[in-house]
Design a protein around this ligand. Sequence first.
Ligand SMILES: Cc1cc2nc3c(=O)[nH]c(=O)nc-3n(C[C@H](O)[C@H](O)[C@H](O)COP(=O)(O)O)c2cc1C
Length: 210
Amino acid sequence: MTTVAENNVIHVMKQRSSIRKYQQGVDIPQETLNQILEAAATAPSAWNLQHWKFLTIQDPENKSRILPIAYNQQQVVDASAVIIVLGDTKANENAEIVYGETVRAGFMTEEVKNQIVSSIDSYYESNEHAGTHDAIRNAAFAAMQLMLAAKAHGIDSGPMGGYDAEALRKELNIPDRYIPVLMLTLGYAEQPAHQTNRFPLDQLVIRERF
Ligand SMILES: Cc1cc2nc3c(=O)[nH]c(=O)nc-3n(C[C@H](O)[C@H](O)[C@H](O)COP(=O)(O)O)c2cc1C
């Protein structure tokens, strides 16, 4: 007998695969896309700074402009939508807003908020890689959730790292603050993904220590 978890989350995880051949000319309803993006944004993040933005591209002309930047990977044109998951290298600047809201809701005192905001700022100031590392690490969680949420809505996806990040930045006018962490294609599969395999647990798990 399968459990509720197996029916839902784990089933969706097992169903997801990287689609490269999409049905062309099919739109994802905006309401569905919004629900997927909202679900993606429930991802955890360090200090709840929510280091992600979703740059969504649905206009066929704009998708065509991405094609050479993505080294002519045809799925960026055929897919219903391309989502660039951006990582925020200055997510510490979100702290005031995020924790201000918590104070307004009565969950935290102003004093505690100020302490948290100041420790976040000093972490960012004292570690030159904090901004970049945290942007990538945290945005990746949102990207994964986005693909799973899409699959739960019957929409296929494909993660892509194969693109010229600087050319993408220029084309889409992405501010320096953001790193294009991943490109995701979303749509309806025309062909199933390639079969892939995974390492068995005995090659993945290190018990207690190396
Ligand atoms: C960070 C990252 C970058 C990837 N870049 C590409 C890419 O540029 N083009 C592509 O076709 N697939 C890309 N993939 C998809 C992988 O090839 C795929 O996830 C892997 O082969 C496992 O297959 P599955 O996702 O179907 O299980 C990428 C995946 C990840 C996580």
